[in-house]
Design a protein around this ligand. Structure first.
Ligand SMILES: Nc1ncnc2c1ncn2[C@@H]1O[C@H](COP(=O)(O)OP(=O)(O)OP(=O)(O)O)[C@@H](O)[C@H]1O
Ligand SMILES: [Mg+2]
Length: 318
């Protein structure tokens, strides 16, 4: 098993003068390198959960640790530098250029000028922003471009963990799709641990290799996206994720996130498909070729695992 990056142990947050806790007795382990999406309605406690990790909000009770260390046992500045944070509503510094925005953490860390310049250049390439934008201000960029700067800024100090609070919420669907794809690719390449809050079911299913469904301060289910659809733990979860267009949902999930180990060597004639195909592709192939499973293979042709028809039997876990 991978190391735990973030562990919540019975964490509760009750704000002063409120009747109910915003986050209630929550225990949660986020493995290192995983992309965890948090889905839930407005006011269910998503932002509160996120902000407790970098201590913008202090829990009322319980402990949170980062890579095995209680977050209260490390200096606050050090903790915050080790965590990239993209806030709800972008939040670029308006009086600073794009370059200065991205360089915020490296500046604080006292890096040499040449190193900062190289890092800014590298990050702008990573998030696909033209170099000519360096001297612009955020108001001179589109919403989607600003969001790319926000991501670059959060990654500047090379944090192992990224907290992202509805980073793509205010962006049109087409741009959002592109940002999602680009960011998922970046996360894969760099192996960052990501906690990503969203209102959007499709976004949560598409980006997460694990997904949390929250309601009224309580985690309802924490599972692989396919399991959340297949085996919702209660009626709240099933109502939230159910869709008239199941195929559309399956199209969002990559087979590499959902495959199971190969049980035996597959017969020659069993179809194979690449690890970056979607579950929709897998199900279509299974039905078309009338086989119980298909073999998933990596780009080099090595077998990676299998997707079986049984995995699609909705509600089978209930
Ligand atoms: N500083 C605060 N003081 C009092 N109550 C607060 C405070 N911050 C948040 N809350 C309450 O805690 C609950 C959870 O808020 P939170 O911001 O975590 O929700 P959220 O899931 O992020 O919602 P949204 O999707 O709208 O961003 C809400 O009922 C909110 O009113
Ligand atoms: Mg919020």
């Amino acid at each position: 098993m991978a190391d735990a990056a973030i562990v919540f142990d019975r964490v509760t947050k009750t704000f002063p003068k409120t009747a109910k806790p915003s986050v209630n007795e929550t225990s949660l382990t986020v493995e290192s390198g995983s992309f965890v999406t948090i889905l839930g309605a407005s006011g269910c406690g998503k932002t509160t959960l996120l902000k407790m990790v970098n201590r913008i909000i202090e829990p009322t009770s319980g402990t949170i640790s980062l890579f095995g260390k209680d977050i209260r046992q490390q200096p606050l500045t050090e903790l915050r530098r080790s965590i990239g944070y993209v806030i709800q509503q972008i939040g670029l510094f308006p009086h600073m250029t794009i370059e200065q925005n991205i360089a915020t953490v490296p500046q604080i860390l006292g890096w040499e000028r040449s190193r900062i310049e190289a890092r800014v250049k590298e990050l702008m390439e990573l998030v696909h922003l033209p170099d000519s934008y360096r001297q612009r201000y955020s108001r001179q960029l589109s919403g989607g471009q600003q969001q790319r700067v926000g991501i670059a800024r959060a990654m500047a100090g090379d944090p192992a963990v990224l907290l992202m609070d509805e980073p793509f919420g205010a962006i049109d669907a087409i741009t959002r799709g592109k940002l999602q794809d680009d960011f998922k690719e970046i996360q894969r390449q760099l192996g960052k641990t990501v906690l990503f809050v969203t209102h959007d079911v499709d976004e949560a299913l598409k980006l997460g290799d694990r997904m949390i469904v929250m309601n009224e301060g309580v985690i309802q289910q924490y599972d692989k996206p396919l399991h959340i659809m297949d085996k919702p733990s209660n009626s709240f979860v099933s109502e939230l994720v159910q869709s008239d267009d199941l195929f559309q949902r399956l199209h969002l999930i990559r087979v590499s996130e959902s495959m199971v180990p190969l049980e035996t060597e597959a017969p020659e004639h069993y179809p194979r498909l690449s690890a970056d195909s979607s579950l929709k592709d897998a199900l279509q192939l299974i039905l078309k070729r009338d086989v119980p499973y298909v073999v998933v293979e990596w780009a080099d042709g090595q077998a990676a695992g299998q997707i079986t028809l049984d995995q699609f039997k909705l509600g089978s876990g209930r």
